[in-house]
Design a protein around this ligand. Structure first.
Ligand code: PLP
Length: 454
């Protein structure tokens, strides 16, 4: 490691050997990667010793904050006792058994069975296979279409990127896109026109159901959506959207897949985002907050009515991952759930730090650059815009979001830019003082961005 004792040498070696996800390598190598070396609580430290408030909880995942020894100890204990065994072919082990039991206590009452995966992407792939299997067992093999939404992110495997609604991912070769439809998203600021948010929410729900009716509801296996669209820009739906849409899906026999990879484990102020919006999904995708990102892990939650059919009549489900129910990942998840529960972290998001940060965050709407400032639980966005009154966006080529993101980083704050929408999703253990720090830094960063725009 003596070679790696300076930021420069780390950057050079990173550029030589590491292909990064979602990164333009030539742009990265021109500048060099940001190198994060330590973290504690809600703060990161980079290789130059700068301390940065992590407004994104890593990648929306470090719910309990960094540096919790309980997780490290639980994983170390498990690695000593049973570092690996698989869960294929009628075998199991205590940590995976305990984790399933604990999850059934925190998920909605009708979700009691879990299939374990290595990530959110392969959890979604698992659902696409399981739902098709379910409909075949039910004697409706024509129900194969998955309806998703434009601008949604559901992962990076071939199936998950096809189901997701990012045009730039579809544009890259190698993606067979079949049996997938993309419905509109309830993005009022950008697409609501003259309608009120509530009327727009109803319109998007109606348009989604019309899309399903157009292809024939009897051909649709499921509708996948996040309760709040996260990586697509933290699109918080109008209150009218979910009740109208979920009632229409139920009428048509279309199953709801709630992708809880970001919204799960307290992010929206309930254990799961579907509870915040009152929907009853048949499948739930989980990852990120399941282990707070300390060890990779995903899971699929399956409703009783689906699980009962599959366990009674489904035969062998020919699907699985070497690391399905990895003992060390289970140990991390168990310890993480223990912290979330014993410290009342989900209630704290609902009743204390959530409302506290929301109040301060929404006040950012007074900044001349900000068109809207929204937040539910501890997930929020500010929309940068050229004209607030007219809801007019900046010219995309200006790259205002990226400009703002760079100012944020240089000023000790991680915010993510989705186009010109700045999003945050801090660790759920954020203190009031850290919430103040986050918003003060965001103001400063907005001022700097405005000054740069001239
Ligand atoms: N689903 C959603 C909603 C996500 O935000 C993500 C990742 O950001 C995924 C699925 C994919 O999860 P992973 O990166 O663990 O494969």
């Amino acid at each position: 490691m003596t070679l790696l004792n300076s930021t420069e040498s780390l950057r050079a070696m990173d550029a030589a050997h590491h292909l990064h996800p979602f990164t333009d390598a030539s742009a990265l190598n021109a500048k060099g990667a940001r190198i994060i070396t330590h973290a504690d609580g809600v703060h990161l430290t980079d290789s130059d010793g700068n301390r940065i408030l992590d407004g994104m909880a890593g990648l929306w995942c470090v719910a309990i904050g960094y540096g919790r020894p309980e997780i490290a100890d639980a994983v170390a204990r498990q690695l000593r006792q049973l570092p690996f065994y698989n869960t294929f072919f009628q075998t199991s082990h205590p940590p995976v058994i305990e984790l399933g039991h604990l999850l059934s206590q925190v998920t909605p009452d009708h979700i009691n069975r879990f299939f374990f995966t290595g990530s959110g992407s392969d959890a979604n792939d698992t659902i696409f296979r399981m739902i098709a299997h379910y409909w075949a067992v039910m004697g409706q093999p024509d129900r194969t279409i998955i309806v998703s939404r434009q601008g949604a992110y559901h992962g990076s495997t071939v199936a998950a990127s096809a189901v997701g609604g990012f045009g730039f991912m579809h544009a890259q070769p190698g993606l067979p896109v079949g049996n997938i439809l993309h419905a509109p998203r309830p993005a009022w600021w950008a697409e609501g026109g003259e309608l009120s948010p509530e009327d727009f929410g109803l319109k998007v729900a109606r348009d989604t159901l019309a899309l399903i009716d157009g292809i024939g509801a009897h051909r649709v296996a499921g509708f996948i959506a996040e309760p709040i669209m996260g990586a697509g820009g933290v699109i918080i739906p109008p209150d009218s959207y979910w009740p109208a849409l979920s009632a229409g899906l139920t009428e048509r026999g279309v199953m709801l897949i709630s992708d809880e990879v970001i919204c799960g484990f307290g992010r929206t102020g309930s254990w799961f985002g579907c509870q915040t919006y009152g929907t009853t999904p048949d499948f739930m995708t989980m990852a990120k907050g399941l282990t707070s990102g300390y060890i990779p892990m995903g899971a699929v939650g399956v409703s009783d009515r689906v699980a009962e059919v599959l366990t009674a009549k489904g035969g062998e489900f020919a699907h699985g991952y070497t690391y399905s129910g990895h003992p060390a990942a289970c140990a991390a998840a168990i310890a993480n759930l223990g912290i979330l529960r014993s410290e009342g972290i989900v209630d704290r998001v609902a009743d204390d730090i959530g409302p506290y940060l929301q109040g301060k965050w929404r006040a950012l709407a007074d900044h001349p650059l900000v068109g809207e400032a929204v937040m539910t639980g501890l997930i929020g966005a500010i929309q940068l815009c050229a004209d607030k009154g007219a809801r007019r966006a900046f010219d995309e080529d200006l790259g205002v979001g990226m400009m703002c993101r760079e100012h944020a980083f240089a000023n000790g704050l991680i915010m993510r830019a989705v186009g010109d929408r700045m999003v945050v999703s801090p660790p759920l253990v954020l203190t009031h003082a850290e919430a103040d720090e986050l918003v003060e830094k965001a103001w400063r960063v907005l001022d700097l961005t405005q000054a740069q725009l001239g």
